[in-house]
Design a binder for this molecule. Structure first.
Ligand SMILES: *Cc1c(COP(=O)(O)O)cnc(C)c1O
Length: 374
């Protein structure tokens, strides 16, 4: 038990085991780019990057230039890919920190070429192909891409990538269609003499469900490193990865009180005690990342059992039912996410109760929740 109001314990060993499972699934000769965007899905980007770099990860990926700069300031020296777009005003920081941007359009390619030339530098980039997700990436035909690449001198293509929209969905052909589209572009570029060192398309779920064809040189997992693979739809193979959550989230009990039948708990009085009860108020609320949508429907683990959240989750506080766990007292910890004995609650289960996805639960764990590495 630690002296914080709310904290997460992050297991370096479990991160390593997850990473090794990813590495084994990717197979020999395939590099791993660890996705540590959004503060490593709430796990702490610098610390996670340090653990994985020490274990030999080849690349790191973030969303923004600022995230990449923070890793460089912490002394991380591996190549870092900035995936979610580059604004021209971010270019100086990108160049100073030796980050590799993803280029998402031919216009973006010309802008990067211009910026590099003006700065008297050369820069490497990965080009993202929109293979049918219709988010970031270029839909330009191979011939247009080749023509644009022939015009670039200061910007050098070091990678080609795409991203799947629905790799867990075995009732849809979208992944096969995206793979075919991307393969077509890669081959046309290759025939024209553009053979970048890195070709990658598989994030966690594509890797877990063996969606990656052999010619890939790199995989790009995030969620798996933190212990999660999304459930599949339809006739999917058994996931290749053996990963477990690396993070446990705790909150302190601030006060315990006995209330009479008919008492209304919390904002709006949305919970009315059907009988005399004992309640506890926890030192974490939606500002810490406990989803407001768990109001009246979420659960936490208290003294080894699942107990319900009562009434509204408020900004800093959450109230739970401890009628059947009389040993609990102020200063004790309860588990918001994690395991106590046989009882567990992971981000996917919490997400189901809150009507969201596990990614959002992990990324939502607030800044004021202390991160502790064990
Ligand atoms: C976030 C992200 C990933 C990692 O996805 P996971 O499902 O967490 O493995 C990979 N590639 C891109 C482009 C991403 O944005």
């Amino acid at each position: 038990m630690l002296p914080y109001r709310s904290y997460v314990l992050i297991s370096r060993d479990q991160l390593l085991r997850n990473y090794r499972s990813v590495r084994a699934a990717a197979g020999p000769g395939v590099a791993v780019m660890a996705v540590v965007k959004a503060n490593a899905y709430g796990h702490g980007a610098v610390e996670v990057a340090r653990v994985l770099v020490a274990e030999g990860v080849e690349w790191l990926a973030v969303s923004s230039v600022n995230e990449g700069v923070a890793l460089r300031r912490a002394g991380i020296e591996k190549p870092i890919l900035v995936m979610a777009g580059l604004l021209p005003q971010e270019w100086p920081a990108l160049a100073d920190s030796r980050l590799t941007p993803v280029v998402h359009s031919l216009e973006g390619l010309r802008t990067l070429e211009h910026l590099a030339r003006e700065a008297g530098k050369t820069t490497e980039f990965h080009l993202k192909i929109d293979s049918g997700m219709y988010r970031l990436g270029t839909r330009a035909a191979a011939a247009e891409i080749i023509a644009a690449l022939r015009e670039t001198k200061h910007a050098r293509m070091d990678g080609l990538m795409t991203h799947f929209a629905s790799p867990t969905d075995y009732t849809s052909t979208q992944t096969d269609e995206q793979t075919a589209y991307f393969t077509g572009i890669v081959e046309a570029l290759r025939a024209a003499g553009f053979c970048p060192a890195h070709i990658h398309m598989s994030s966690t779920n594509a890797l877990a469900y063996k969606r990656n064809p052999g010619w890939l040189t790199m995989v790009r997992p995030g969620h798996a490193l933190y212990g999660y693979v999304s459930p599949a739809r339809g006739d999917a193979p058994k996931p290749l990865l053996d990963v477990k959550p690396a993070l446990t989230w705790k909150a302190k009990i601030l006060i315990v009180k006995d209330i009479a039948a008919g008492s209304r708990v919390g904002y709006g009085g949305s919970f009315r005690a059907p009988e005399a009860m004992r309640i506890a108020v926890l030192a974490a609320g939606y500002a810490d990342g406990v989803p407001h949508r768990l109001s009246g429907r979420g659960k936490v683990i208290a003294a080894g059992t699942l107990v319900p959240i009562l009434g509204s989750v408020s900004m800093d506080l959450t109230t739970i039912d401890v009628s059947h766990t009389p040993s609990l007292a102020p200063g004790d910890d309860v588990t918001l996410l994690g395991r106590e004995g046989n009882v567990g609650l992971d981000a996917q289960q919490i997400a189901r109760m809150a009507g969201t996805i596990s990614y959002a639960i992990l990324c939502g764990i607030g800044d004021r929740v202390e991160r502790v590495y064990v």
